[in-house]
Design a protein around this ligand. Structure first.
Ligand SMILES: Nc1ncnc2c1ncn2[C@@H]1O[C@H](COP(=O)(O)OP(=O)(O)OP(=O)(O)O)[C@@H](O)[C@H]1O
Ligand SMILES: [Mg+2]
Length: 380
C-alpha cells in the first residue's frame, strides 16, 4: 500500500471548474474520509485519481508512481493505475458468482488460472466470505454484496482503495456493520483508503483523518476528527459536523450581551480573549450546553425527553429556543430538570462566527441543472 498525493489539481467540465488547485495527501495505511455536501466535487476527485477525467493542472502521485502530471505530460491510463474501487451504484455483477466477481480483475490481467483462484479465495477470506464463493449476488444480503465488492477491490493488491459512498444504499443497521467491517479489514491489511461520503457521522466513525470540502469545491480543513470537532476552521465546518445553537451577540468594549429577544449579559468567562465579537453569533453544540445553577444565564425547560442513553431538552432563554443533548454522565452530575423548571446554563467551548447571509432561493430550473452524475460519466 502507498500514500496518495493530489497536488494543485484543477478539474472541470466544459469550462465549469469544480476543483481549483486542490491538494490533499492520504498517508500510507490510513483511512482518510473526504466529506462534503452533494455536488462539491468528491466524485470528480475520485474520477481524476482513477484516470477517468483529466485535470488541467497539477499532479497525482501514488507512492513513488506519478499517475498524472500536467506539466510533465504524464497521464497513466486508467487500467494501469492499480487502484481498487468500491462504490454505491457499481456493486457486484449480478450474473457472476462471488468468486467470478472477485477473480475478474485478475482475469483481465491474464494471470494464470491457479494463481487467480488462490488470490480470489484469499481476498474472500479477508472479508470473511469464502463460504459464499459459489453464490450469486442475488443470494446475498446488501452488506455481503458490498463485502464482495471490497474483496474485488483488494484482489489485485491495489496500491490504494477508493470507496465512493459505498454504503449509502444499505439500511441503518447494515451501514453500521459495514463501517465496522471496513475499519477491521483496513486495520488487518494496513490498507490505504480514501473514503468519500457526505455523511459526517460515518466519517467520524471510520477515519484516521477527515478532509472537509466546502460547496465551492475547496478543502477547508484537514485533520483528525478531534481537531475538526474541537477546532473547526470556520462556520461551515462547525455547522457541517454536528448540530448547534446560534445566538446573536451585541455590545462592545468587552461588555457583550446575548440577544434572545431580551438581552442577557454574556458571562465574562465566555468572552474570548482579544477580538471583537460584536455582531457575531455564539455557536454552541447541543451537548456543550451544560446545566449550572451558579450561572447567571437562567433558562426555562420547555420539554425533556429520555432517549435510552441520553436526554434531549428544549429550553427557553428569553425568547430564544435552545436545544440540549445530555449524556448519562452529565445527567448524573448536573441533574435532569423537568419541563416548567428554571435552570442555570453555561456553554462549553463556544465559537463565535459572522452571521450567515440569507439563503439564496434556488429556482426549480436551477435545481434541475444540478442533477447527479455517476462515476463513469453522465448519470441518471
Ligand atoms: N460528467 C459531468 N458533466 C458535467 N458536469 C458534471 C459531470 N459530473 C459532475 N458534474 C458537475 O460537477 C459538480 C461536482 O459533481 P460531483 O459528482 O463530483 O459531486 P459530489 O461531491 O460527488 O456529489 P454527491 O455527494 O452528490 O455524489 C456538480 O456540480 C456536477 O453537476
Ligand atoms: Mg459523488
Amino acid at each position: 500500500m502507498a500514500n496518495v498525493r493530489f497536488e494543485n489539481i484543477t478539474v472541470g467540465y466544459g469550462g465549469h471548474m469544480v476543483l481549483k488547485d486542490f491538494s490533499l495527501e492520504v498517508e500510507s495505511g490510513q483511512i482518510v474520509c473526504l466529506v462534503g455536501p452533494s455536488g462539491c466535487g468528491k466524485t470528480t476527485l475520485v474520477r481524476a485519481l482513477l484516470g477517468l477525467n483529466k485535470p488541467e493542472t497539477g499532479s497525482i502521485t501514488v507512492g513513488d508512481r506519478v499517475l498524472f502530471d500536467a506539466k510533465k505530460r504524464i497521464n497513466i491510463p486508467a487500467e494501469k493505475r492499480n487502484i481498487g474501487i468500491v462504490f454505491q451504484d457499481y456493486a457486484v455483477w449480478p450474473h457472476m458468482t462471488v468468486i467470478e466477481n472477485v477473480s475478474y480483475p485478475l482475469k483481465k490481467q491474464r494471470r494464470p488460472k491457479d494463481e487467480i483462484h488462490k488470490r480470489a479465495m484469499h481476498a474472500l477470506e479477508q472479508v470473511r466470505m469464502t463460504e459464499y464463493a459459489n453464490h450469486l449476488p442475488s443470494q446475498l444480503s446488501g452488506g455481503q454484496q458490498q463485502r464482495v465488492a471490497i474483496a474485488r477491490a483488494l484482489v489485485t493488491d491495489s496500491d490504494v482503495v477508493v470507496m465512493d459512498e459505498p454504503i449509502t444504499n444499505l439500511d441503518a443497521k447494515l451501514r453500521e456493520e459495514m463501517l465496522l467491517e471496513i475499519r477491521m479489514i483496513q486495520k488487518r491489511l494496513g490498507a490505504t483508503i480514501l473514503y468519500i461520503t457526505h455523511d459526517q457521522q460515518s466519517a467520524l466513525q471510520l477515519c484516521d483523518k477527515m478532509a472537509i470540502m466546502q460547496p465551492d469545491g475547496s478543502l477547508c480543513q484537514f485533520g483528525t476528527d478531534e481537531d475538526i470537532i474541537l477546532n473547526p476552521a470556520n462556520r461551515f465546518v462547525f455547522e457541517f459536523i454536528g448540530v448547534s445553537n446560534f445566538i446573536p451577540v451585541t455590545g462592545s468594549n468587552g461588555k457583550y450581551f446575548l440577544d434572545c429577544g431580551e438581552k442577557f449579559p454574556l458571562p465574562q468567562e465566555l468572552v474570548p480573549a482579544g477580538g471583537n465579537i460584536e455582531g457575531k453569533e455564539l455557536g454552541v453544540r447541543l451537548n456543550d450546553v451544560v446545566f449550572d445553577n451558579k450561572s447567571s444565564l437562567k433558562a426555562t425547560v420547555t420539554s425533556r425527553v429520555f432517549l435510552g442513553s441520553e436526554y434531549n431538552y428544549f429550553l427557553k432563554l428569553g425568547q430564544k429556543e435552545i436545544r440540549v443533548q445530555q449524556d448519562m454522565l452529565a445527567a448524573r452530575l448536573y441533574g435532569t430538570p423537568e419541563a416548567g423548571k428554571e435552570t442555570g446554563i453555561t456553554f462549553i467551548n463556544p465559537h463565535f462566527y459572522d452571521p450567515k447571509p440569507p439563503e439564496k432561493i434556488v429556482s426549480a430550473d436551477e435545481g434541475q441543472k444540478k442533477k447527479k452524475f455517476s462515476l463513469f460519466g453522465k448519470g441518471k
